[in-house]
Design a binder for this molecule. Structure first.
Ligand code: ATP
Length: 512
């Protein structure tokens, strides 16, 4: 199966097993808006819990807040979103489809990179142990030709980005012969700027109504509460404020399932520091955030940093943590050193002094900020796409299994009476009643045990607990493990301890 096909199968699987549904589906859906089903919400809550506890419980100097989606409209002027939260868009006149001009160019560059990578792999195979990659890249004519093409387009693209030159974007698209994937033509409109914020009005009469925006990031809710939290929490710099909440962006192109949605959720933490220490903290948070990811167990090789070449006007360092999604390495989290841009601007726009008095230095200053910002939905997609496997079994059947890291799995254990009679359901219910306070469990008595195992594999349940006739006398049950499919006879009174060891979020947290 190609990665593309695999992605389609995964999307279908998410719907079939109650993870993710298209929003308003009975009305044919709403573009780039998705709902979480009974399994999806559990997975999402576990991810949020892991992040929240890692931030707030493991750091005495980080506290959480929950600010509103609606905020004073001036906030978005101060933050720069009214003036500059734009994407360059372009339409294909034949297909009438809309694209982000920067994404079209980046995809084109990605294809050249892929060609070079394949060429290098061919060389590696041909020369075996004596292969010298640096020399190959410096001398192979195919690689040199592609690299020169890449460098030329990349330089023009970066220049267009820096100078915000919309005509230059279009010229690159035309010169490279980039076509619309739907119509296959190069019949493009000019490139225009498009503001990504959704607006609505607040107030009871249309004359007296104010235009307000749905927040495009949660961070500003933290900045405008900086003074409240610092004072009431008697926080001393360095300290952080964490928040999980919805954000809204009117994305131009939203065709990658929950990777790019118009309504999504962010987990953001703003860390307030002394000016001049920001690069040190930036390096620390880069390391800590990567550790948080790798600790989940999805393979360190599936993550990489991508340092920004072009920095936003307020930032003096920025990097993305990229994950190896089915459509390639893409941004999962951003880490930015934002200087005192946000607090400074809120001070200017609100007229309120936003400063910290540093008693050690005996002076007041506007703190600098390093932020970490991760999309919950992108994290859900990372977990699901990494977990999804189709396996060929020895008996010729295929099993679809979601190998979700056990602490994040929606259901931790399924309790299954072998048959629906002879007192087995009663004993199974007794086990359920004991486990349900600590673990999300499912009780299932319908269909053969094989079918029930398959259903649990498909939602990623780490343990299946089968109650059989012998259980009535020996008080033991058969525990089947999801990934290895091994079965073990376990006394009922040891179940709790056995499950806890594998599924506890605390085990993950202790590793950090
Ligand atoms: P991209 O370049 O992919 O549009 P971004 O750089 O605009 O992302 P940030 O503004 O840094 O993203 O937002 C922080 C995080 O929020 C991102 O790393 C991502 O995980 C998440 N995020 C941003 N936009 C979306 C979206 N439309 N849908 C889902 N998650 C998103």
């Amino acid at each position: 199966m190609t990665q593309d096909e695999l992605f389609k199968v995964l999307v279908a699987h998410c719907k079939e097993y109650g993870f993710i549904f298209p929003s308003s589906e009975i009305y044919d859906g709403l573009a780039a808006v998705y709902d979480y089903g009974q399994m999806g919400v559990e997975l999402k809550n576990n991810i949020k819990q892991y992040w929240w506890n890692a931030m707030t419980r493991l750091h005495e100097n980080i506290v959480g807040i929950d600010s509103c989606i609606f905020m004073h409209p001036r906030i978005w002027e101060a933050s720069g979103h009214v003036g500059a939260f734009n994407d360059p868009l372009i339409d294909n006149k034949d297909s009438k489809k809309r694209y982000r001009a920067d994404v079209l160019i980046e995809d084109y560059l990605g294809k050249i990179e892929e060609k070079i990578r394949k060429e290098v792999e061919k060389g590696r195979k041909r020369f075996g142990d004596s292969f010298d990659e640096a020399q190959f890249r410096a001398t192979n004519p195919n690689v040199l030709r592609e690299q020169a093409k890449y460098d030329e387009v990349h330089n023009r693209y970066k220049e267009a980005e820096q100078t915000n030159d919309l005509a230059a974007y279009k010229q690159i698209i035309v010169d490279c012969g980039i076509v619309c994937p739907i119509s296959g033509t190069c019949n493009w409109t000019d490139v225009r700027q498009f503001n990504l914020m959704f607006s609505t009005s607040m107030g009871s009469t249309s004359e007296g109504a104010n235009t307000i925006y749905l927040r495009p990031e949660t961070a500003q809710g933290i900045f405008v509460n900086y003074l409240n939290v610092q004072k009431t929490g008697r926080m001393k710099i360095p300290f952080g404020i964490a928040q999980i909440g919805k954000a809204f962006r009117n994305e131009i192109v939203a065709r990658q399932f929950i990777f790019r949605m118009r309504e999504f959720e962010q987990m953001e933490m703003q860390f307030f520091i002394k000016p001049g220490t920001e690069l040190e903290w930036f390096a620390k948070w880069k390391e800590q955030r990567m550790k948080w990811h790798v600790n989940i167990g999805m393979g360190a090789e599936n993550y990489r940093f991508h340092d920004h070449e072009k920095l936003a006007h307020y930032a003096n360092a920025a990097t993305d943590i990229e994950f190896n999604f089915p459509f390639g390495f893409k941004e999962l989290e951003g880490i930015h050193s934002r200087t005192n841009f946000d607090l400074g601007n809120h001070q200017k726009f609100s007229g309120k002094k936003i400063e910290y008095f540093d008693s050690e230095e005996n002076k007041a200053y506007t703190p600098y900020v390093v932020e970490t910002s991760i999309g919950v939905d992108r994290m859900v997609l990372a977990v699901l796409s990494h977990a999804f496997h189709e396996e060929q079994l020895e008996n010729g059947e295929t099993r679809v299994v979601l190998s979700i890291p056990a602490p994040l799995a929606p259901v931790k254990a399924a309790v299954l009476p072998l048959v629906k009679k002879d007192g087995l359901p009663e004993l199974a219910q007794e086990i359920m009643n004991d486990l349900k306070y600590d673990f999300n469990c499912q009780y299932e008595e319908k269909d053969s045990i094989g079918k029930r195992y398959r259903r649990q594999d498909a939602i990623g349940t780490p343990f299946c607990i089968t109650v059989d006739h012998e259980s009535l006398t020996d008080r033991c049950v058969t525990v089947r493990e999801r990934d290895t499919m091994t079965q073990e006879r376990v006394p009922i009174d040891r179940l709790h301890e056995m499950i806890e060891k594998k599924v506890s979020l605390n085990v993950l947290l202790r590793n950090l």
